[in-house]
Design a protein around this ligand. Structure first.
Ligand code: ADP
Ligand code: F6P
Length: 324
């Protein structure tokens, strides 16, 4: 077991609010434990091209409150090739990097698994607004995204009430409905359409809207997860045609990825960044930092990649009952 002297830290895949807080935590914890920390720009691409510089406690000052990632991020097709991986490994050697901390989603972990087969020690930190990583209950950026969507729902509801309309909001989440189901509860939606559940437009969307109107509702909200076939625009059109209630579709898009991270994302990112460095300090190899049962833990990389989680049925039921 050789001592880790130099860590490389990078952000990979889609950015998420709180990634800066995680970078800051890795850098400051690394310095605290006497390690050198290299900040690698633009994800795995930056590693391949040697685009990196030494980080100091000051270079991560004034960033905890900023969305995005100061290191920038990328999706690197080259890293998926044998040639790209070998180049990345050679460049890590040039800069004396003994271990990599990768902040990203499960795509980034698959890349991590590939480079660890070449001898690199990799620690993953979950960063994505989607909360769709099987091995962890929480991912950095999720809470900020939820609050951004909630703010949008509240604003759209003001105008929907004035015009007695139905607003159909498409939210992000890739193939998962974590954002969608939660904001359907917090935003008091009449219906939520999730990739995890087949839906019937008449029964699951039109009926609750019409019944709501008969009970005196003055506006309606339908949340559509982006992973669903048949997107917000088509669904809004059908609602207008079939109920006579004017519907408007809003695709929230990348606003959900930006913004100053919430307290929860900052604290979680700080805890996970510290844990990543402590795991390395303790001599562990190839681990994923995870939040399980309210505790930050580390899991074996291969095992973590096999883990699955599913949308809690109770949340789906809660959303339905609360929409009465
Ligand atoms: P995320 O980490 O948010 O899931 P991506 O799926 O886009 O984002 O993955 C980020 C990067 O990780 C990719 O650009 C690629 O370089 C690497 N990567 C993704 N999937 C794989 C894979 N199956 N094998 C090797 N590397 C991968
Ligand atoms: O993974 C984060 C995410 O924002 C998903 O919710 C969405 O499907 C995807 O990334 C969008 O990717 P891009 O920014 O490349 O359009």
């Amino acid at each position: 077991m050789s001592e880790i002297k130099t860590i490389g830290v990078l952000t990979s895949g889609g950015d998420a609010p709180g990634m800066n807080a995680a970078i800051r935590a890795v850098v400051r914890a690394g310095l605290y434990y006497g390690m050198k920390v290299m900040g690698i720009r633009k994800g795995y691409d930056g590693l391949i091209h040697g685009d990196m510089e030494e980080m100091t406690a000051r270079s991560v000052g004034d960033i905890i409150q900023r969305g995005g990632t100061i290191l920038q991020t990328a999706r690197s097709p080259q890293f998926k090739t044998e040639e790209g991986l070998n180049k990345a490994m050679a460049m890590a050697k040039v800069f004396g990097i003994d271990a990599l901390v990768v902040i990203g989603g499960d795509g980034s972990y698959r890349g991590a698994r590939d480079i660890c087969k070449l001898g690199m020690n990799v620690i993953g930190i979950p960063g994505t607004i989607d909360n769709d990583i099987g091995c962890t209950d929480y991912t950095i950026g999720y809470d900020t995204a939820l609050n951004t969507v909630q703010d949008a729902i509240d604003k759209i509801r003001d105008t929907a009430y004035s015009h007695e309309r139905c607003s159909v909001l498409e939210v992000m989440g890739r193939h998962a409905g974590y954002i969608a189901v939660n904001v359907s509860i917090s935003g008091g939606a009449e219906a939520v359409i999730l990739p995890e559940k087949p839906f019937d437009l008449d029964k699951d969307v039109l009926k609750p809207i019409i019944e709501g109107r008969n009970r005196g509702k003055k506006n309606y909200t339908v949340i559509v997860a982006e992973g669903v076939e048949g997107k917000a625009i088509e669904i809004a059109k059908e609602i207008t045609e079939k109920t006579g209630i004017e519907a408007r579709a809003t695709i929230l898009g990348h606003i959900q990825r930006g913004g100053s991270p919430t307290v929860q994302d900052r604290v979680m990112a700080s805890m996970m960044g510290l844990k990543a460095v402590e795991v390395l300090k303790a001599g562990a190899r190839n681990r994923i930092i995870s939040y399980k049962n309210s505790v930050v833990v580390d899991l074996d990389l291969d095992e973590a990649l096999e883990m699955k989680k599913s949308l809690p049925e109770e949340l789906i039921g809660l959303s339905k009952i609360m929409s009465l």
